[in-house]
Design a protein around this ligand. Structure first.
Ligand code: CA
Length: 236
């Protein structure tokens, strides 16, 4: 039986594996767990999971290598889980290809938020007709948001934003210069399910700014307004 989707939990710490499995089962997902990277690739081949949570430090195979192979061979969304904060930018770049990441120790709230956001992307068939809101958003200065493809490009290069960061940026862009409150942004990404998601919105905005700057943009793009909202500022 499949509930809301199949998830493969790859984690060699028993307590963390149990926690992740419990949280994801609570979201109605069918959970299979393993402590091995090699076994994870074998299981992925037979299970065809919708979502994989992947520990970076595994005893047999590096999590980045598991992620590369999954992304090359599978359609699964990959949520990388890491204790090594310094690696986060590398994890979501094109070489490794994780869709999103979570730092250890794993917060139940953040895990639910990220899994729900990734899960929401799974229920849209890939051949679904584009919605009006899915048209590419040209923000000027070479920055284009293609929400339907979960892609943001600056000039010729793809900016390695997470799915949540893409959704936050797209939501701000659709407001056409009007401020958008944290609650509205959270509702657009997490369907209003997470009442204490202000912090996650702030993290996403910080990630967007940092990655656009690293991609060579000199514009600030997103301003805070009154301590409650964000607004997309046209490039100058
Ligand atoms: Ca580990």
């Amino acid at each position: 039986m499949t509930g809301n989707g199949r998830v493969l939990v790859v984690e060699d710490e028993p307590d963390t594996q149990s926690l992740i499995a419990l949280v994801l089962e609570g979201l109605g997902l069918d959970v299979t767990a393993t402590d091995s990277g090699v076994e994870a690739l074998e299981l992925a081949a037979t299970l065809d999971p919708d979502l994989v949570t992947l520990d970076l430090n595994l005893p047999d195979l590096d999590g980045t290598e598991v992620c590369r192979r999954l992304r090359a061979e599978r359609r699964a969304q990959v949520l990388m889980i890491t204790a090594r904060d310094g690696d986060i930018d590398d994890l979501v770049d094109e070489r490794v290809g994780a869709h999103d990441y979570l730092s250890k120790p794993v917060s139940v709230k953040e895990l639910r938020a990220r899994a729900t956001a990734l899960q929401a992307r799974l229920v849209v068939p890939s051949d679904a007709p584009a919605r009006a809101g899915d048209a590419p958003l040209d923000l000027g200065s070479g920055l284009v948001v293609r929400a339907a493809e979960q892609q943001v490009v600056l000039g010729e290069q793809t900016v390695p934003l997470t799915p949540i960061e893409v959704e936050v940026l797209a939501t701000l862009a659709r407001r056409k210069g009007e401020p958008c409150s944290r609650q509205e942004l959270a509702a657009s990404v997490w369907a209003g399910e997470f009442v204490e998601s202000d912090y996650l919105v702030d993290v996403a905005v910080g990630g967007i700014r940092t990655k656009l700057r690293r991609a060579g943009s000199r514009a600030r793009w997103i301003d805070a307004v009154d301590g409650t909202s964000y607004v997309l500022r046209p490039a100058v």
